[in-house]
Design a protein around this ligand. Structure first.
Ligand code: ZN
Length: 217
């Protein structure tokens, strides 16, 4: 059964196509003309946090980038290419960093076990832990520390997006781009808005503010 599981996915696909065409015979014809999603989603690769399903959105509505623990790493060409394309070509209005409670990547970062290659990725989360160690140590259980680190990690990634030249150029050009930080609850399906939205007038430490000029029209 498990060996053939992938075949089931192809069957599901056929059913889905049929349903879509039954509802609207021009569905794929229309969708294939192009995309203008208003949102870029940076989420965790976790199979339980699918961007479209949990936000009730359809194909064409969210441009998605997912990796372990929804990270914004400045040397990650994959993330940077997605960000550049989303902001400068698709001209999204919102970037949402969505973490989730119970994130395996964040949990791994809280422990000392060596996990091979993934150590390098997780080290970025360890930095967030270390930067917030005073707040985290005040919490009275590992569970609360875990939940809070998930939130702090999202906040750090929102801030890391704001440090990129791609976002800063967009802000100088007054496009109205906003960055939001959310956390999804695996237990109840609810998304918590951390209310850390950043926009063109948000505070960014001087050292990270790049000397950019408005793009000539
Ligand atoms: Zn995760």
């Amino acid at each position: 059964m498990k060996d053939n599981y992938y075949r089931q996915l192809l069957e599901n696909n056929k059913e889905w196509v049929k349903k879509k065409i039954d509802d609207d015979p021009h569905y794929f014809e229309e969708l294939s003309k192009g995309q203008t999603p208003p949102v870029l989603w940076i989420g965790c690769a976790d199979s339980r946090v699918p961007a479209n399903q949990i936000t009730g959105t359809l194909p064409g509505e969210i441009f998605v980038h997912r990796n372990i623990a929804n990270m914004v790493v400045h040397t990650d060409m994959n993330m940077l290419s997605v960000l550049d394309y989303a902001v400068n070509t698709l001209k999204v209005h919102h970037i949402i960093v969505c973490g989730h409670y119970g994130c395996g990547g964040v949990e791994a970062a809280m422990h000392n076990k060596s996990l091979g290659l993934i150590n390098k990725w997780i080290r970025n989360i360890k930095e967030v832990y270390q930067e917030n160690i005073t707040e985290l140590k005040k919490l009275d259980s590992d569970e609360k520390r875990f939940d809070r680190l998930v939130e702090l990690n999202v906040i750090a990634q929102v801030y890391d997006l704001a440090k990129t030249s791609i976002v800063q150029q967009s802000w100088i050009d007054e496009t109205g781009l906003e960055i939001h930080g959310w956390v999804y609850g695996l237990n109840d399906g609810i998304i918590k808005d951390l209310k850390v939205t950043m926009h063109s007038t948000s505070h960014l430490d001087d050292i990270f503010t790049l000397n950019l000029k408005k793009t000539q029209e």
